[in-house]
Design a protein around this ligand. Structure first.
Ligand code: SAM
Length: 361
């Protein structure tokens, strides 16, 4: 079977150095052997990294409560409401949300359809196994497939950080930006510099003040994710009414460019160890970078969405909890649920870097 490293070497041999974004795409998603195609237990304590979903079912239950509130507001205007999830991986978050709705909002549960946007046949199969108890789950291959727009909620947890990123580097002596590429040195994968047309620079780089460029060290690096931005724009396009929501770690434009963070935010995870050796063992380690939420927000607004909320995960989840108290939901959390809430919100755990963006139409 052809491994990601074989695909990468073959492509470099044929075309010359490839962009890092192409390297990341092949390492994570090449059919059958890419990191996210070949096994489903890479997320969670037994895998390479944890997410809010793998902390326990509380995260999905709190989202389900919030989604029920939003869907109640939309209910009178539209017949069939949808919850649409992207980046569903093994289907655990979908199961947590559907279980909660079935028990606590049975009427709404039977009125909605839960759709998973899933381009990968392998992942779709894992999800079908996990979600077999539910008859109201559908699949759709991507945001680009031609189907009528949907009303409801389209959401993702840690999807945007998994899109391939472009790595841009600053050439201090030439006073210009280049793109980091990947090439071969014998059998070894090495970084190389690719030319970058000034016209393809993202807005946050173009607008950097000259005084800041003066102090940027040579090879100062920053990531950008045109793939995540165009996905968000397309996702907005399939929503006739409702909310588009992303939960992920990320920065605003201003936070993204910090002279002190000279190597960007790109990193690899393997068995809960973080490394910046992102070219090592393609397909065996996760690759990820912080999301630029300002760019995502602009992509949604360009597709006609209104920004409702941009806040931290602790703020978002605490507000949900506060709304649930009068309904006596989540009122008597047991020790296990309290631990989960702390992990989701504490600044030393998932509360530090995670943000929530909600846009609506
Ligand atoms: C970091 S994992 C997060 C999984 C899960 N949402 C969680 O929070 O535990 C990212 C997931 O997004 C999937 N993914 C990447 N690109 C995608 C796309 N265009 N559409 C749907 N899923 C995608 C990956 O395969 C992977 O399963």
């Amino acid at each position: 079977m052809k491994m990601p490293a074989d695909h990468i070497r073959e492509e470099i041999s044929q075309t010359g150095a490839i962009s890092f974004a192409r390297f990341m795409e092949l390492a994570l998603y090449c059919p059958e052997t890419g990191y996210y195609e070949k096994k489903k237990d890479n997320v969670g304590r037994q895998g390479d990294f944890i997410t809010s979903v793998s902390v326990g079912s509380l995260f999905g239950e709190l989202l389900a409560f919030q989604f029920a509130g939003w869907l109640d507001e939309l209910k009178n205007r539209h017949e069939k409401l949808q919850i649409i999830e992207a980046g569903a991986h093994d289907g655990k978050l979908a199961a947590d949300i559907l279980n909660w709705l079935q028990i606590h909002r049975p009427v709404l549960f039977s009125a909605i359809e839960y759709t998973i946007l899933e381009p990968s046949p392998a992942r779709r199969q894992w999800q079908q196994e996990k979600l077999s108890p539910f008859s109201n789950v559908r699949w759709r291959s991507s945001v680009n497939s031609s189907q009528p727009p949907s009303a409801g909620i389209l959401f993702s947890n840690e999807l945007l950080d998994a899109f391939p990123v472009q790595r841009l580097g600053w050439d201090a002596s030439g006073r210009q930006w280049f793109e980091w590429g990947v090439t071969l040195d014998g059998e070894l994968l090495r970084w190389s510099r690719l030319p970058l047309a000034a016209s393809s620079l993202p807005a946050n780089i173009v607008n950097l003040p000259a005084a800041l460029l003066e102090v940027l060290p040579d090879q100062y690096t920053i990531e950008t994710s045109p793939a995540a931005e165009s996905w968000w724009h397309a996702a907005a396009g399939i929503l006739s009414h409702g909310k588009l929501l992303a939960i992920d770690y990320g920065f605003t434009d201003d936070e993204m460019i910090s002279p002190a963070r000279t190597k960007g935010t790109l990193r690899a995870y393997h068995r809960h160890h973080v490394t910046d050796d992102v070219l090592a063992n393609p397909g065996d380690q996760d690759l990820t970078a912080h999301v630029n939420f300002s760019a995502i927000q602009k992509a949604g607004e360009a597709a006609g969405l209104r920004t409702e909320t941009f806040c931290t995960q602790p703020q978002f989840l605490t507000r949900i909890l506060a709304k649930a108290v009068p309904e006596k939901l989540f009122a008597s959390m047991d020790a296990r649920q309290i631990r989960q809430f702390q992990t989701l919100t504490h600044p030393e755990h998932l509360g530090r870097a995670f943000r929530v963006l909600v846009q609506s139409r």
